[in-house]
Design a protein around this ligand. Sequence first.
Ligand SMILES: [Zn+2]
Length: 259
Amino acid sequence: MKYALVNGNKIEAVKGVKGICPSCGSELIAKCGEVNINHWAHKGTRNCDIWWENETEWHRQWKNHFPKEWQEIVHFDRRGEKHIADIKTDKDWVLEFQHSFINPEERNSRNKFYSKLVWVINGLRRKTDKVQFQKVLEESSRAPVGNVNIRQVNFPEESRLLKEWLNCGVPVFFDFYELNKSTLWFLLPLNIKEEAYLIRFSREEFVTVHNNNGFDELVYKLIPNIQNIILEYKRSISNRSVNNLLNCQTRKTIRRRRF
Ligand SMILES: [Zn+2]
């Protein structure tokens, strides 16, 4: 963990200092070495939160973009279950920075536990992910949503990342930070099966939209609008094809009558 409580204050790890775990209240040891980033750890192999994953530099950089008061917040549900959220914003959005693989069952329990959850996925953990993702993006088309450049991926199953996260039901961002330090791809939580819709986001935009409390508007207003526009377009296309079919049949009938 980045923070422990020392005399009631949230403090980063300092060699030789002992802290208290904000979640379970047990003693934490400051780990300050050259290999791993400075962090706090429970004694031995103890870990009070089964959802906690070891922090990488990537996790730490993300957390550092947000105010200290939002970092590593112990979140309780109604039944008293508790977990440490990487970030919890003023608007109660929990941001989870996920490096390792997470199975669908655990992902669903987190989606339920945190009612407002955003996943930020490390897109560089597996070597093949970046290549596959780039390929489906290259083959994507522009979704019919006015001036907003939304990429429509028709065969999301060709990217393992997209296949795993499609229909997750909550906002998901893929972070390919080495490709271009600032590029994130936002997988829109649309209720449209078998297609993925992606918007390019910069890391700065992501941080700003949370710091300015604009994420509610994005998720509860703009995304439903986008979904309606896409569904409306799909309906008009299918109506058009039905009409075309009817026209075609009418023409055939007319022709048959003539001859
Ligand atoms: Zn603990």
